[in-house]
Each structure stands twice: as structure tokens, then as C-alpha cells.
Design a binder for this molecule. Structure first.
Ligand code: ADP
Ligand code: MG
Length: 449
């Protein structure tokens, strides 16, 4: 196995266990630079990524590497931005920057991943409206539903459907300029263009697009400047009958701090929701996935998985992949008994309601500190911030009252809780990193409990 192949394998596995946003944020533009004396050196684009990989994902990455190269003992992360800067003008213009996402098949111009197709999207009562709307958009770009706004919870197939629209359009119309972008990436691109003084180019590029797909627009919440720029881009495209497709985890009206004029634009076309799939759809999805992978799993085993993993399709796929990794690669056909045991372990703590203790634990784990530290009177900076984040989550996500929050954190006064929540709330707006941290913590909370 060459270092490139090894790293591709790592990326492949990490992609399965992380959300798209996390995966892109932390693993994009990384590569193995050398492998010497049982130490692997991984180049990363900046200090923030380095720190993050070292602190949060090192163990996981090392474990994956060890399954391929058991002799590897350690990973070194070094900042190596040179490798990753886009090709300069004086080099061959057709040479594209060496992004690892590209190795996974993602087209750097459209950002589309070819694996998300209309054909591989399984339709059931939970998503048929969104699916039908997508087909209609593909057929009559810009003139049937504009914008198409798809919303629904995590892992229910929004990104898949949105990207499928883009891929399908390009299949028949290669000259169309299609661009898929997450709202986070859109924001980052805008911020970068501001600091590089080329906002005009940024705007111009977006105005040239025929099909603009913006994923997870709930992340535009509170980002006034980004909303303003997007509003103008939206209008420019809309006036030219260019297709706009949007997704969010909630309907436009429920997005906090979204400018009224943008909200009404979002509501001006077609709004379609995707809800949790029923048993039949879950089973059909499993069948489709094993068919794609060319793998045989008995029906009773598939039914067992489909009847037990209900929350979302990402989890369903995760369970299937785990089973494939455990059994099929070794050439066994998984038996119902073994699979049910495995799934029961995964489901062993079905705590549906997230309690304050779990929040504190998740925050503590995330920042690598102890739960006691969060609750006790420690005033060190590296403790105070996680404590404030935990208080903030209790307030924002779980609507706890300030006195009860104070009480849960070692009997503090309610004014301390108010101060903490206000502070984090404000800081999130000015600090992308903190925002990302909080999002990841939330994601972990919902995934783990
Ligand atoms: P979301 O963007 O809503 O969080 P994703 O589009 O990332 O969800 O879907 C999570 C996973 O489930 C992806 O691997 C996707 O391919 C798969 N998936 C979701 N819906 C379907 C579907 N209807 N048919 C086939 N696969 C699906
Ligand atoms: Mg998504």
C-alpha cells in the first residue's frame, strides 16, 4: 500500500464516521508526507487543523492506520500549506490543485460527489414530495420551482438529493454551470474574499452559475454580511431564471436571525420536507446499498436492521457498513443471531432524552477536561470556556431556566448563568471556530444519546 492509498483509506473511513461538514473542515487538504521509523507524518494546511487533528481525531486516525499498517506507532502532524495552495498561474493551467476530496471523486469545480445520484436515491412516503420536486426542477431548470427549499433532520438525505439534482443536470447538460456549496463554505469563501480584497470576483463567479445549490442554510443564521451578499446573488440569479436549490434542517420561518427579505425569498418557490423513513423505505434503502456494494446479506438480517435502526439513514448506513466490515470482508455471511447481538450493543443505551449530565459529559469530553472541573469552582481559562458552553447549550437547546442552570453547576448564582449564556451567544457570532465547536458538540450529543 502506498502512502496515498493508505491515506485514502483513512479518509474513506473517517468520512463514514464524521458529518460532511466535519470531514471537510478537518480532513480536506491533508496528505501523508512521509512514513519513516514507524512514524507517519501528515501535512495539514494550518495550525488550527493541526491542533484539532492532534487533540480530537488522532486516536481514531491511528487506529484506522493500524488496521492497514500495524507497525505504525505514531502520527506527526505538520503544517504544510505550500503543498496545498492552488496551482499558480505560471504553471500548466489544466493542472488542478491536489485535493484529497478529489481522490474521493468530488469534482472541485462543482463540489459534486458523483456517488449521490437520482438513481441511488430510494423514494418512500417520507421523501416523495422532495423527490418529485427535485425531478421537476431537473426537467425545467429555473422555471418550475425556484427556489426549491428542502428541509428535514440530520441524515435524512437532503445532501444526497441536492447533489443528485446537480449530477443529473450535468448528465444531460454538460455545459451548465452547476455549483454545490455548503453554507459554511460559502461563508468562509466570502470572508476570505473580503480579506483578500476580491469580493467582486467572488460575486461575479456566483452570478455566472446556472444551478446554485446551497446546503444547510440554517448556518447563515446571524451572519448578516453573508446574508446580504447571498441576497444579492440570489436576486441576480433569480432574475435570470437560474435555478436555486436550498436545504436546511428547519423551514425558513424557523431559522433564527434570518433577514426577513431572505426568508421570504426562501419561501417564494417550493418548500418540501423530508421526514424519518418508515420501515419499508428503510429496508429498501438497505437493499439498494448492498446491491450497490455487490454484497449478499440475508433478508431477515436486513429486516432486523431496518426495524431496529429508525432515527435516520446515516445511522442505518453506518450499521450496515459495520456489519459489512465485520463479516463480509472475511467472507462470512452474517447470521441474524450475530447481527442482532451487534446491533443490540449499538443500541444498548437508548437514552432518548438528553439530560444535563450528558451535556456536561459531552462538553467535557470534547474539551478534554473532567466533568468535575466543569462543575467545580476552577477559574482557569481552559475550564471557564467549556463551562460557559455547557451552560449555553442547556439554555439554548434545552430551555433550562437560569436558576436551574446555576444550580446544576455547583450551586452558582443565576446571574452567572445569564452572563455565561450571553457571552457564548455573542462570541459565536464573531468567532467561527467557537461556532464550529458548538455545532460539533451538538452533533455528538444527538448522535450519542
Ligand atoms: P442530510 O444531508 O439530510 O443530513 P445525507 O444526504 O448526508 O443527509 O444522507 C445521509 C446518508 O444517507 C448518505 O450516505 C445518503 O446517501 C444516505 N441516504 C439518505 N437518504 C437516502 C435515500 N432516500 N436513498 C438512499 N440513500 C439515502
Ligand atoms: Mg447534509
Amino acid at each position: 500500500m502506498t502512502p496515498e492509498q493508505l491515506w485514502q483509506a483513512v479518509l474513506g473511513e473517517m468520512e463514514l464516521s464524521l458529518s460532511k461538514a466535519n470531514f471537510t473542515t478537518w480532513l480536506k487538504n491533508t496528505a501523508i508526507i512521509s512514513e519513516q521509523n514507524k512514524i507517519i507524518t501528515v501535512g495539514v494546511p494550518n495550525g488550527f487543523t493541526k491542533e484539532w487533528l492532534e487533540n480530537k481525531y488522532n486516536k481514531k486516525i491511528l487506529n484506522i492506520i493500524k488496521t492497514y499498517s500495524p507497525e505504525v506507532k505514531e502520527i506527526n502532524y505538520i503544517i504544510n500549506p505550500k503543498n496545498f495552495t492552488p496551482v499558480k498561474e505560471d504553471k500548466a493551467p489544466d493542472k488542478k490543485p491536489s485535493l484529497n476530496l478529489e481522490m474521493l471523486g468530488v469534482n472541485p469545480e462543482t463540489n459534486l460527489n458523483p456517488k449521490y445520484t437520482i438513481d441511488s436515491f430510494v423514494v418512500g412516503s417520507s421523501n416523495e414530495l422532495a423527490y418529485a420536486a427535485a425531478l421537476s426542477v431537473i426537467k425545467k431548470l429555473g422555471t418550475s420551482y425556484n427556489p426549491l427549499f428542502v428541509y428535514g433532520g440530520v441524515g435524512l438525505g437532503k445532501t444526497h438529493l441536492l447533489q443528485a439534482i446537480g449530477n443529473e443536470v450535468l448528465k444531460t447538460n454538460q455545459e451548465k454551470r452547476v455549483k454545490y456549496v455548503s453554507s459554511e463554505k460559502f461563508t468562509t469563501e466570502l470572508v476570505n474574499s473580503i480579506s483578500n480584497h476580491d469580493v467582486d470576483k467572488f460575486k461575479e463567479n456566483y452570478r455566472k452559475i446556472d444551478v446554485l445549490i446551497l446546503d444547510d442554510v440554517q448556518f447563515l443564521s446571524g451572519k448578516e454580511k453573508t446574508q446580504e451578499e447571498f441576497f444579492h446573488i440570489f436576486n441576480a440569479l433569480y432574475e435570470k431564471n437560474k435555478q436555486i436549490v436550498l436545504s436546511s434542517d428547519r423551514p425558513p420561518k424557523s431559522i433564527n436571525k434570518l433577514e426577513e427579505r431572505l426568508c421570504s425569498r426562501f419561501e417564494g418557490g417550493m418548500i418540501a420536507d423530508i421526514i424519518s423513513p418508515d420501515f419499508e423505505t428503510r429496508l429498501a434503502i438497505l437493499k439498494k446499498k448492498i446491491e450497490e456494494k455487490n454484497i449478499i446479506i440475508p433478508d431477515e438480517v436486513l429486516s432486523y436492521i431496518a426495524s431496529n435502526i429508525k432515527n435516520n439513514i446515516r445511522e442505518l448506513e453506518g450499521a450496515l457498513n459495520k456489519i459489512i466490515a465485520t463479516y463480509n470482508l472475511k467472507g462470512f455471511i452474517p447470521s441474524l443471531k450475530k447481527v442482532s447481538k451487534m446491533i443490540n450493543i449499538t443500541l444498548s443505551s437508548p437514552k432518548k432524552i438528553i439530560n444535563p449530565k450528558q451535556i456536561i459529559k459531552t462538553v467535557a469530553d470534547f474539551y478534554n477536561i473532567s466533568e468535575e472541573d466543569i462543575i467545580n469552582k476552577n477559574r482557569k481559562k481552559e475550564i471557564v470556556k467549556p463551562r460557559q458552553v455547557a451552560m449555553y447549550l442547556l439554555r439554548e437547546e434545552f430551555k433550562n431556566s437560569y436558576p436551574s442552570i446555576g444550580c446544576k453547576f455547583g450551586g452558582r448564582d443565576h446571574t452567572t448563568a445569564i452572563h455565561a449564556c450571553e457571552k457564548i451567544k455573542k462570541e459565536i457570532q464573531n468567532n467561527n471556530n467557537l461556532e464550529q465547536e458548538v455545532n460539533i458538540i451538538k452533533e455528538r450529543l444527538f448522535q450519542n444519546f
